[in-house]
Design a binder for this molecule. Structure first.
Ligand code: BTN
Length: 246
């Protein structure tokens, strides 16, 4: 199928229930953030989860904490859940998150998350959480640009991973984390996210946010999901969306 996120959106429009899972071994037009493509060759795990913010609970409708700004926070929460799910499925070191939604090992990208939300009449209708992880791929058929910047669990750990076990472990972590997030918001995740951050405080970075590029030293994650960048003029900028370059 072209994209598990797109398929999940089609199914959502047809009434698919909360927590529906879409998964394929053959994603032909995977989407990344900012209109980028996501290469999904052999050995890449690609799936999407549908989340409906309003759920029936014992005959009532319960509105979850998914409002404006929350899809971006859900993306950060998902990154942590994926890291934890991978670690519980097998030994791998190092592994961590890179703001806003990448999984990294050493300086190579191992996976990415694309959260898309659809609102109707000012109200969040549903959210699709798309996850791509380079599990057993050796990038033999990958374009050069990917081969030079990406890695896989197999390449980092030196062994082949059981994809079903890994998926189950990630889903268990994801649903547990999502429940906590919908009840308590992002605050319970901030410290863990900082602990898993692959970028050290004080490191020189640059961030592209809209038309603007900021260069400075990294101040880490803030409680609202933004990152702080300290520029040469002594000001700390809070960046809520953008792309971070090392
Ligand atoms: C990124 O790194 O920019 C995000 C990549 C997200 C890729 C996953 S693969 C499964 C899901 N379906 C898509 O089309 N994209 C996401």
């Amino acid at each position: 199928m072209p994209s598990t996120n797109d398929r999940a959106k089609i199914l959502a429009e047809q009434g698919a229930p909360d927590r529906s899972l879409v998964i394929t071994r053959n994603q032909t037009a995977g989407k990344g953030r900012g209109g980028n493509r996501w290469w999904s060759g052999s050995g890449v795990l690609t799936f999407s989860i549908l989340i409906r913010p309003v759920r029936p609970v014992r005959g009532h409708s319960v509105s979850l904490l998914v409002s404006s700004g929350h899809p971006a926070l859900l993306s950060l929460v998902t990154g942590l859940a994926v890291v934890r799910g991978i670690r519980l499925a097998g030994q791998i070191h190092p592994l961590g998150v890179k703001w806003p939604n990448d999984l990294y090992s050493n300086s190579s990208k191992i996976g990415g998350i694309l959260v898309e939300s659809v609102s109707r009449r000012g109200r969040m209708d549903y959210v699709v959480v798309g996850i791509g992880i380079n599990v057993n791929t050796t990038f033999r058929s990958a374009p050069n640009a990917i081969r030079l910047t990406a890695s896989s669990l197999r390449l980092v750990s030196g062994r082949i991973w059981n994809e079903s076990r890994l998926l189950a472990s990630i889903l268990r972590q994801f649903f547990g984390s999502a429940d906590l997030f919908f009840r308590r918001g992002f605050v319970p995740f901030v410290k863990t996210w900082r602990d898993e951050d692959i970028i050290g405080i004080g490191r020189s970075v640059s961030v592209t946010t809209g038309p603007r590029q900021l260069t400075g030293t990294y101040q880490g994650l803030q409680e609202n999901g933004a990152i702080g960048i300290l520029t040469g003029d002594g000001r700390t900028h809070s960046v809520i969306s953008g792309t971070l370059e090392l």
